[in-house]
Design a protein around this ligand. Sequence first.
Ligand SMILES: [Fe+2]
Length: 168
Amino acid sequence: MARAKRKAKATKAPSKKRAKTVRAKSARRARAPSRASSKPHRSQRFTVSHHRDEDFDQGLRPYSAYRDLGIASATEGMVQAHVIRMTKPFNADEVAIPHFHDVDFQMVYVLKGWFKTEFEGEGVHTFTEGSAWIQPPGIKHTVLGYSDDCELLEIVLPADFDTVTLGE
Ligand SMILES: [Fe+2]
């Protein structure tokens, strides 16, 4: 009887351990698909863009040039990323026009110089080299100035978006 008990204990203990291990693994496996399925799933391919002055071309505005970083095509239109270089001195009549962008996400990082913008509800901000900000979807804003050497990195989702100009 005692022997049988010991035997039973001896065989029970390892099986409990195995059961615990299996439960832990299956719990990890069960979580993985739910995390993956909550992310947008579009194919992305590896892409590289090196600086070349000749890649700056006319973009959205007549006072700036855009260098496309190839992210839009590499992400099937999920993300747009470009370097914006100011090409004309700031002229309020041309530049200081209230507008907003119909986007899901937009962030800007100052690579060179400075850039000044007024945001509805957030006031006037002057950004310098190394500054970064997010423009929440649809926030109305007006550019109030920039340095002649200003360069910005802008990342936007989706790659194609509309800009709505407000008033005159
Ligand atoms: Fe804007």
